[in-house]
Ligand binder design. Structure first.
Ligand SMILES: [Ca+2]
Length: 229
């Protein structure tokens, strides 16, 4: 039942709420009578971080991306933003690749503002991973993060990316180049720098085209609408 509770605000007439609860189905019905139809996307992550795309500063011998974290959520919540100080969960992910704290932060918003949390495995670079997410009209945003490993506090991702176009239609296909980001919590300048806590922490920033990174993406994230019923 929880999957439908978010459609049943207190503004709904009681009769409607009862009616909806009695007719729990694959599609949830909003207060205005419209159906919140869920659709699925195939998500493809392609790691493109290697010593030819980023040919600087003692490129590491074991480049990889930490276990991917993907959340489907509403606009009521966000998990990171350029210029903002990283949450403990983002800091932990970006410095160690750990997903535990970040998963807790995201799950704290279930089911009201988060529909789905997906945790994947490490992806070697070059390498790739594929998985599906489910979205609907209310939960149409995706936040995705993964750490570049080894690194001080560098990660890649998207935040609150909508899978709807301006007209409210589902985007059929979307490929997003990912550039390196600095979580602002460790001041190490190089891939294998020792821990060097940034105090106070700085805002999350892009380090695209800043040493040791070139102007090339470190990965690509694609969303393809699944149409096979
Ligand atoms: Ca840093």
């Amino acid at each position: 039942m929880s999957e439908s509770c978010h459609y049943l605000s207190n503004r709904c007439p009681t009769a409607l709420r009862v009616g909806v609860l009695l007719t729990l189905a694959a599609v949830a019905t909003g207060c205005d009578g419209t159906e919140a139809t869920s659709v699925r996307y195939e998500v493809t992550f392609v790691a493109n971080w290697n010593d030819s795309t980023q040919p600087y500063d003692n490129f590491p011998s074991n480049p990889h991306f930490s276990p991917l974290v993907a959340a489907v959520h509403s606009s009521d919540v966000g998990f990171w933003k350029l210029g903002d100080t990283a949450s403990h969960g983002i800091e932990s992910m970006a410095e160690t690749g750990s997903t535990g704290l970040l998963a807790e932060e995201i799950r704290a918003h279930e089911p009201e503002s988060v529909l789905q949390l997906t945790l994947r495995s490490i992806v070697q670079s070059p390498g790739s991973d594929e998985f599906e997410v489910e979205v609907d009209e209310r939960f149409s945003l995706v936040t995705f993060v993964t750490m570049l490993g080894p690194s001080p506090d560098w990660f890649a991702g998207v935040t609150s990316r909508s899978l709807m176009d301006a007209g409210g239609a589902w985007v059929e296909s979307l490929e997003i180049p990912l550039y390196p980001l600095d979580a602002g919590t460790d001041s190490g300048p190089s891939y294998n720098s020792r821990d060097e806590d940034t105090s106070p922490p700085e805002g999350i920033s892009s380090i695209r085209n800043q040493s040791p990174f070139s102007d090339n993406p470190v990965a690509f994230l694609s969303f393809d609408l699944v149409t096979d019923g």
